[in-house]
Each structure stands twice: as C-alpha cells, then as structure tokens.
Design a protein around this ligand. Structure first.
Ligand code: SR1
Ligand code: MG
Length: 415
C-alpha cells in the first residue's frame, strides 16, 4: 500500500536503490533529509549524502493545499514521469534528469538543481535573468510542436493521447479553477477583500467575459492538439543567470498549443503588475521594462522556432509535404503556417486573460501578489492585472501585437 515518506523513514525506505546509492553514497545512515515542498500538491525532499544531493518528489493522495477532504489520485506522478521523459527528448537539457520512478509509491527521484531558484521568486526579488525569454520560447515551440500531429506518426501520437487521456482529475482541476470558478461565487474562491469586491462583482456580471471564458474552456477540453506541460507558470521554472529548467509537468495532457504559451506569458504580466508591491529595495522601473521585453522575446522565439520546425520537421499527418512542397507549392505550407500561428496567437491571449483572473479570484493565488503585505497596495496591483486579463480574454480576436498590449499595460500601471 501507499505510504507517505517523511524525513525519518526516507533513508531506510529508499536506501537500497542503486540509483540513490550511486548519487548519494552507500552510507544511508549519514543521509540528511529535508522536506521543502511549497507547492499546492506534493511532498518534495532534498536528500543529501556523502557524494551529492537528489530531489525525491512524492505525490500525496489528496491536494496538499486543501487537505484530505480533496482526494487526488497518485497516478499524476505517472503522467509527470512520462511527460518529463518526452520533454527531455523534445528539448534536451531543459528538464531535470530522472534517476528513479516508483509508480506504486508515486515517487520520482530526480536531479537536484543547484544553485537554481524558482523563477517566480527571482522575479519577486527583482532579478533580471538574461536567458529566460529565449529558453522558454524554445521550450514551448519544441515540446509543443514535437508532441503534435505536425511531427508525430499517427500511431505514436494516438498512443500518447490514450496514455495521457487518463489524467482526468488534474484536467478537471484546471477546467474548474481556471475557466469557471473565478466567474461565480465558487466556495473555494478568495480575493483581497473588501478592496477588490467592486471589480470582482463587475467581472462576475460581465456576460462577454463569461462567454469567452467558456469558449476557452471548450477549447481546452476538446482541442487535443499536443502534449502540454499543463501548468507552465513561473513557479514551474527553475533558473540561474545562465540556465533555465522546467519542472512539474503533472498536469500534462493533450490540449491546445496556445494553453502553455498563454499561461506562461500571463505570469509575466502578473509579475509586471506586482512589481509596485516590491519596491522597498528600490525602484522597479527597469524590472518592468525587462518583464515586457521577456514577454516579447518568448513570443518572438516561439514563432521563430515553431516556423523552423514547421519547415524542417513537419513529418506528421497534418499539412503533409505531399500536399505542398512536393508539388512545388512552397507558399502553400507557409500559408498554412501563418494560419496555425495566428490561431495560437488569438487563443494564447485568451488563455493568458483567464490565467490572470484565476490567480487573483480563485483558489490558487501566486506569491507575486500574495507577498505584498500592504493589502491596499496589493489590491491596486491586482486590480490593474484583472483589467488587463479582461481585455485579453474579451478582445483577443482584435488585438494585433504585443506592443499594443504592453502599451496598455504601461498605461494601466500609471493609473
Ligand atoms: C488544487 S491545485 C491548484 C493549482 O496548483 C497547481 O499548481 C495548478 O496550477 C493548480 O491549478
Ligand atoms: Mg506544480
């Protein structure tokens, strides 16, 4: 039966594993174990031995953030493991190395990343990391293109679709927490109150917004386009000044390409609006410019890499070469690429909008805003983000460039 690990039992329970002995050394009595999980769902341990350190991650049979009253299956660990293996093939070096996986105990033993820190924390501290825009744009393009019908054979892709289609409970969390709960008085919702009560009531009465959120939910639930990370926010990225790694793909499943891209970019806009709450140690004007620039770099890199892969690796069942290039129709494939990228653009803006809303109105908030102790200031920051989120979700079909959105963000920031 499943038994949760704890620092006291871990050395004895995992001490016989060859993979751990190789990384930590044989003397398990000397292993030091610390539980460091601060996410919403799992246990995470750093285990240190004579030879080095590893991370041991274990899923719990319930949502850690809420408690045992919200059961959640252990099989999410299985999806995380399989997603990590695929991401590692599709964008080598961008996810932690896996040393051991135990499906019954829902344990993944992986590389300890050091001196990496969580990207969200780095942004709260005001660190301007030079690589993340490009690294994240490449990661999104490579994993999302290579996990789709554009690159895979019909058999491979359908087997994978079947494998990940069982990640029902985690999809269910996203479908409710991202697309529905923020737009009515769901029992798990919370927001900075009473400062935001007015705008929250306005958003929940906003018919256009609610219709758009449901359209986006429909897309998320039905457009099985590629293997998504499924929870690609700044808390799922670890960074140093010269390295970027993506972690935590337990929400992986087949969904729309635009979802991962939109969620990621939304978290940079939230960081942008939260900066005013972190100015104790100096002005954040340069940080704000940097964040808008990262957003532009992610999107430009994504488009550039996706287009390169389209031209060089489009060997799947969609938009086959025999329809275009092989017939001498070079522009045909380029026309199709424009259509695909345009659809990703429009949907990505919508997904970004609802991601911003759910982090301020729903159950799962983010530290960017939550660590602003002054509630009036926090609410002012959140209110600007909520307005941008509404604009993105409702007007996504009529927005033509990031420059346009970033100029609106700057005007909202000055309000
Ligand atoms: C109940 S889980 C809440 C959130 O935490 C995860 O990281 C996902 O973002 C999920 O929506
Ligand atoms: Mg996570």
């Amino acid at each position: 039966p499943f038994v949760a690990l704890c620092p006291e039992t871990l050395p004895q329970r995992l001490g016989g594993l060859a993979a751990l002995i190789e990384k930590l050394g044989e003397n398990q009595g000397s292993w030091r174990v610390k539980e460091v999980g601060d996410g919403n769902l799992n246990l995470v341990f750093i285990v240190e031995g004579e030879r080095g350190k590893v991370i041991v991650k274990q899923a719990l049979p319930y949502v850690r953030l809420v408690g045992e009253s919200w059961p959640l299956p252990l099989k999410r660990s299985y999806f995380e493991y399989h997603a990590l293996m695929r991401q590692s093939d599709r964008d080598p070096g961008m996810v932690p190395e896996i040393f051991h996986f135990d499906v019954d105990q829902a344990i993944i033993v992986m590389e300890f990343l050091s001196p990496h820190i969580i990207l969200r924390r780095a942004l709260i501290e005001g660190q301007r990391l030079p690589r993340i825009g490009r690294d994240l744009g490449l990661f999104a393009a490579r994993t999302l293109f290579r996990g789709s019908d554009l690159a895979m054979t019909a058999r491979e892709r359908k087997q994978d679709l079947a494998l990940f289609s069982d990640n029902v409970e985690l999809c269910d969390i996203t479908e409710n927490l991202v697309f529905s709960d923020p737009y009515f008085e769901a029992s798990l919702n919370r927001h900075t109150s009473p400062q935001l009560d007015g705008i929250v009531a306005e958003l929940r009465a906003d018919r256009d917004l609610k219709v758009e959120a449901q359209k986006l939910k429909h897309l998320f639930a039905t457009k099985a386009e590629t293997l998504l990370h499924g929870d690609l926010h700044t808390g799922s990225v670890m960074v140093t000044m010269d390295e970027t790694r993506v972690i935590d793909p337990e929400f992986a499943f087949y969904g729309p390409i635009a979802f991962d891209v939109g969620m990621m970019i939304a978290n940079f806009w939230m960081s942008y609006f939260s900066q005013a709450g972190h100015e104790q140690n100096g002005n954040r004007e340069a940080m704000r410019d940097y964040l808008l620039n990262v957003i532009e770099t992610i999107w430009a890199t994504f488009c550039e890499e996706f287009s390169d892969l389209w031209r060089s690796e489009r060997n799947g069942i969609l938009y086959q070469r025999s329809l275009f290039e092989d017939r001498g129709d070079l522009l045909g494939a380029e026309q199709a690429l424009d259509h695909v990228l345009h659809e990703i653009w429009t949907d990505m803006l919508g997904f970004a909008g609802v991601e911003i809303h759910r982090r301020i109105l729903g159950l799962a908030h983010n530290a960017d805003f939550e660590t602003i102790a002054d509630l009036d200031l926090r609410a002012r920051c959140e209110c600007k983000a909520l307005k941008l989120g509404r604009h993105l979700a409702v007007n996504r079909r009529h927005i033509h460039s990031l420059a346009e959105i970033n100029s609106l963000a700057k005007r909202l920031e000055k309000e």
